[in-house]
Design a protein around this ligand. Structure first.
Ligand code: GDP
Ligand code: MG
Length: 195
């Protein structure tokens, strides 16, 4: 897949609010600071697109980007921000879970995991939720450039065992070096074609 166009088309701020259009959807989820904005920009080959979701207020919304007039890339708000009050964290959870269980267009979820940290409790909770909904998932390790070559293989293997996903659904990526980005484009293409 080659990205030819990408634009912000709207946001969902409350559970149950309809999406800004009915294209097939690929959602991207991960803890705050996992490298989600950087990866989305690397994936799209754009420098500034995901910055929109950094605007105050937007970080707690689900942001929709129309790609190639063919699908929506859905940027889910980052979870697990340690300093957020409990009530705010719960509201994030409700919004994300309401979207994931309610969307009729969702073709797959790209779950981002920091390669240095591996899968943690909140990731596991979301992962189980996605599995139970029967939605196809990709597990994408981020910031892989920060690991040595030997540590990379171990991180991928651990993520594969922890998630129970088959090998071809676990990818190692770097927004910095673009390692793994072509594989991610191919995997997203496969989700859209299979769906
Ligand atoms: N070395 C390295 N750093 C990264 C990579 N991706 C993101 N970062 C850094 O990780 C921090 C968080 O990235 P950001 O994309 O804002 O994460 P978000 O909160 O998940 O959207 C920033 O300091 C980035 O520069 C990567 O692939 N390699
Ligand atoms: Mg971000």
């Amino acid at each position: 897949m080659k990205i030819t166009s990408a634009e912000f088309v709207g946001a969902v701020a409350k559970p149950g609010q309809p999406p800004p259009g009915l294209l097939p959807e690929i959602a991207v989820a991960g803890r705050s600071n996992v490298g989600k904005s950087s990866l989305i920009n690397a994936f799209l080959g754009r420098k500034k697109l995901a910055r929109i979701s950094k605007q105050p207020g937007r970080t707690r919304e689900i942001n929709f980007f129309r790609i190639n007039d063919r699908f929506h890339l859905v940027d889910l708000p980052g979870y697990g921000y340690a300093k957020a009050p409990e009530e705010v964290r719960r509201a994030w959870g409700r919004l994300i879970e309401s979207y994931l269980s309610g969307s009729q267009q969702l073709r797959g979820v790209v779950m981002l995991i920091d390669a240095r940290r591996g899968i943690r409790d909140e990731d596991r909770r979301l992962f189980r939720f996605i599995e139970e909904a029967g939605t196809p998932a990709l597990l994408v390790l981020t910031k892989i450039d920060k690991l040595s070559w030997s540590a990379r293989a171990a991180a991928v293997e651990r993520a594969r065992i922890d998630s129970g996903l088959p090998e071809d659904q676990v990818l190692a990526t770097s927004a910095k070096t673009r390692e793994g980005i072509p594989d991610l484009l191919a995997s997203v293409e496969a989700l859209l074609t299979e769906g």
